[in-house]
Design a protein around this ligand. Structure first.
Ligand code: 13P
Length: 336
């Protein structure tokens, strides 16, 4: 097995998943202010340090995605944040894109930036302890979107990013996120997500990326947030698995879903339903941001001194997702 494949397998080993704690300062500020906490570097560290030093880390977290600010901070016990994370057995990772900006000649669609100077930044992150990275591309669903231009340019950027990351000895998370916003039906999400993912793999192959050394981070197949045609979790699972089967090459070791705005409960339930019928060789798990942190953040915002109480909520949420990654979750476990 290659070194990259070893790292990927460590991150997505059975019963574990990824904590996406890589919100940019802008996004984290929105999250903190929405619960009445001011967004200072100290507060951002305090909340994240609380999660990173929880019991759930050792048992259920295989990797943590950090933001540039956090990977350079010292933990409250004075060691470096990447050391705090690796001390729990999880792999430190880093978001390396610099955000999605409007694509030239489009009014709404976005292209993710960050390729210029990436090789040098990657070397620095490797020295800081990162062993995997994340780059997120975003796509809108509407009658004319995502356009061929957006699908092609984002796939190209994801492939150039992935090749550079592997060159530096790290595992790239490839994240093509087809957004939930809109009134489209689940079938449209299926068709468009399948097209987006296929195009990503065309480009990854063209750029000679070792597919055994990546992790795919896709969206689940869901109806748009404003769709009148809701479907049940079993149907979500069937469509999602079908999408992976038609678009993801078998060499890919793992799929770690984003939560994308689903509630904590929905993201857990749907992951469980997918794993109940997973007849592929892909290890299918979570790489959740909001769906792992929401409850803990809400509690913490009212009780910033109560580290243990915040960790209790986080531990429970992660345990539920871990069970869902093996198809062993059920709703009555939520009450324990
Ligand atoms: P959500 O799970 O909140 O969608 O975040 C995952 C992520 O990393 C988005 O890039």
């Amino acid at each position: 097995m290659s070194e990259l494949n070893n790292i990927a397998q460590q991150i997505i080993q059975k019963g574990k998943g990824i904590l996406a704690a890589d919100e940019s300062t802008g996004t984290m500020t929105k999250r903190l202010e929405s619960v009445g906490v001011s967004s200072t570097p100290e507060n951002r560290l305090l909340f994240r340090n609380t999660l990173f030093s929880s019991d759930a880390m050792k048992s259920y977290i295989g990797g943590v995605i950090l933001y540039d600010e956090t990977i350079k901070q010292n933990s409250l016990s004075k060691n470096k944040i990447p050391e705090l994370i690796s001390g729990t057995g999880a792999v430190p990772g880093i978001k390396v894109d610099t955000g999605a900006k409007i694509l030239a000649n489009s009014t709404e669609e976005k292209i993710t930036e960050g390729l210029d100077g990436l090789r040098e930044r990657l070397k620095e992150y490797y020295k800081l302890g990162a062993r995997f990275t994340k780059w997120r591309a975003v796509y809108i669903i509407s009658e004319n979107y995502p356009s061929k231009l957006s699908i092609h340019s984002n796939a190209h950027a994801l492939a150039r990013y992935s090749a550079l990351v592997q060159e530096c000895g790290m595992v790239p998370i490839v994240e093509p996120e087809v957004l939930m916003d809109g009134d489209h039906e689940a079938l449209e999400c299926f068709n468009k997500t399948s097209e987006v993912i296929k195009k990503c793999f065309d480009e990854l192959s063209r750029h000679k990326v070792d597919l055994k050394g990546i992790i795919l981070k896709p969206n689940m197949i869901l109806p748009g947030t404003n769709s009148s045609k809701k479907i049940d979790t079993k149907k979500i699972a069937e469509l999602t698995l079908k999408c992976l089967k038609v678009s993801v090459p078998a060499e890919v070791p793992g799929i770690a879903f984003l939560s994308g705005g689903q509630s904590e409960l929905d993201a857990t339930r749907n992951l469980n339903s997918i794993n109940l019928i997973n007849d592929t060789n892909f290890n299918i798990t979570y790489s959740y941001g909001r769906a792992l942190q929401q409850g803990a953040l809400k509690f913490w915002s009212k009780n910033t001194e109560d580290i243990k109480g915040t960790q209790k909520i986080f531990n429970h949420r992660v345990k539920m997702c871990s069970l869902a990654s093996s198809g062993k979750w059920s709703e009555n476990l939520e009450k324990n």
